[in-house]
Design a protein. Sequence first.
Length: 348
Amino acid sequence: MNMCVVGAGHIGQHVLTHLHRTRPADSVTAVDIDPKKVTALRERGFSADTTCPEGIDVDVWIICVSTGPNLAWLFQALDRLSPKPGSLVSIESTLPVGTTRAAAARFRSRGYAPGTGFHLIHVPHRVLFGVDEDPEASTRIIAGLTDACLRAGIDFYSGCGITLHPVSCPELAELAKLVENSARYLEIAFAEALKQACDEHGLDFDQLRQAVNTKSNVHLADVDYGIGGECLPKDLDFLQDWLRSPLLGAAEKTDRRYRRHLVDIASTAKTALLVGLTYKPGVPVVQGSRAIELGRQLKSRGLKVYARDPLLKDDQVAELGFTPYRGAADIDVIYWRGKWETKRRLAP
């Protein structure tokens, strides 16, 4: 059985790593339009290219293409596929409700018959960056365009050692992933509102959080520089397009207000230090980082902004536009991932 992973970003690389553990290495290949990613994968021993493989009968296509800020990349990738009879096309990218059926219609317009000629399924990924990096660690939602598609998908993923929870239609699988991430967004936004109010009233948010979380069925989230990364903001928007709820709109406004609050804290400062620049602690990724956004806003107000992060080297900090902190300057405001202090000198 030959498998091809389309899209070698964070999710695609985890899928590749998992398949290499469970399947013969020469049966797995990857496709990504970014030559740098392809080169990096080859250096790690993966078979990879910038175009779909020629001369290989692919039995399973696994689509991990980014769906933000729109679906153009996803549909471009799907439009380049020529699924052979009996093959499986699995979309693991997070999708707006109705996208799987829209993909099926595009296949039909090109003469391919999803549900009869080949099998089309949606299995949204559940990799929690920095916490759960193993695709086998979580139960996965799965849905097929038809019952035959679902059975084919279950056979393949079960053979990869993944526990599955089938649902009756692709829309439910699409919706389930959006609800998961949006629930997390709401949880963080609530914590941000409380953190801002505690700051304004001179109360200790960390003590409040510890007190609340002594109740076993309650979890008050911690805060950071704002709700960043690619997934949560994008997926909330996808869900809002379907749900049209004032609750989701209020959560977005709360996050924006909290991020303005962090900027306003330094309204009279001349220097600021950001401790932690990655979009999430423990994950060496800066794309979508609200810390970087905050630092640039502070610089636009005339502050000198220092920064340090255990996951980044000094030259990487400098490339992001900040001065690496080596303990040689007095700092007016120190930001510790959403927490803040004033007038302190840190050790290098």
